[in-house]
Write a protein that binds this ligand. Structure first.
Ligand SMILES: Cc1cc2nc3c(=O)[nH]c(=O)nc-3n(C[C@H](O)[C@H](O)[C@H](O)COP(=O)(O)O)c2cc1C
Length: 174
C-alpha cells in the first residue's frame, strides 16, 4: 500500500546516497571543494557527469567562471573533511587550508585530484541549466582515475542531517 505524504517525507527514502566532491580552482589559484549528494551519470558516449549546485553557493560562481572541475568519490575515511567542506563556504575560508587532504595535479584540467579518493574525473563544462533553486552542471569527462587499492570504499550519507559512513556499516544502522 502507498499513502500520500509530503515530498520531504517520501524523498527521505532515497538514502543511502553516494557522496561526491567537486573541486574548482578560482582565479587566484585556490582549489575549492564542495560536498555533493546530487550527482549522476547522464551519458556514456561521450561520458558525461551531472551535478546540482545551489544557485547561492560560491561553487556555482566558480564553476561558471572556470568551466572545468574535478568530480571525485571520497573514501569512507574522509567523512569529517566532507562534512567540513559541505558546511563551510569557500567565500569565507580556504577549505583545503583548514582541512587538508592529499592532492595531486590533474592532467587535463587546471586543478587537482584527491590522491586518496576512490576515483577522480576531470571534466570540462558541457552544458548547464537552471533547475529551480539549483544549477545543473554537466561535465564531459576528459580523464578518469581510480585508486589502486580496491578495498577502499566510497563514502555515503545515510540520511539527511549529513550522517556519513561506508556501505557495510549501514546494514546495522537501518
Ligand atoms: C552530505 C552533503 C551533501 C550535499 N549535497 C549538496 C548538493 O548536492 N548540492 C549542493 O548545492 N549542496 C550540497 N551540499 C551543501 C554544500 O556542500 C555546502 O553548502 C557548501 O558549504 C557549499 O560550499 P561553497 O559555498 O564553497 O560552494 C551538501 C552538503 C553535504 C554535507
Amino acid at each position: 500500500m502507498q499513502r500520500p505524504v509530503r515530498f520531504e517525507q517520501a524523498i527521505a527514502r532515497k538514502y543511502p546516497e553516494g557522496v561526491a566532491l567537486a573541486i574548482v580552482r578560482d582565479e587566484r589559484g585556490v582549489d575549492n571543494p564542495i560536498t555533493l549528494g546530487w550527482t549522476m551519470i547522464t551519458s556514456q558516449r561521450p561520458p558525461l557527469l551531472a551535478m546540482a549546485v545551489a544557485l547561492t553557493h560560491h561553487s556555482r560562481e566558480l564553476l561558471e567562471n572556470a568551466k572545468e572541475f574535478v568530480l571525485c568519490f571520497p573514501n569512507h575515511e574522509m567523512a569529517a573533511e566532507c562534512l567540513f567542506y559541505g558546511t563551510h563556504s569557500g567565500r569565507d575560508l580556504n577549505k583545503f587550508g583548514e582541512r587538508p587532504l592529499r592532492r595531486m595535479p590533474a592532467s587535463k584540467v587546471n586543478g587537482i585530484l584527491l590522491t586518496d579518493a576512490v576515483a577522480n574525473f576531470e571534466c570540462t563544462l558541457y552544458s548547464q541549466m537552471v533547475t529551480g533553486d539549483h544549477m545543473l552542471f554537466v561535465g564531459q569527462v576528459e580523464a578518469a582515475h581510480m585508486n589502486e587499492d580496491p578495498s577502499l570504499q566510497r563514502l555515503y550519507t545515510l540520511k539527511t542531517g549529513f550522517v556519513m559512513g561506508k556501505a557495510s556499516e549501514m546494514e546495522g544502522s537501518r
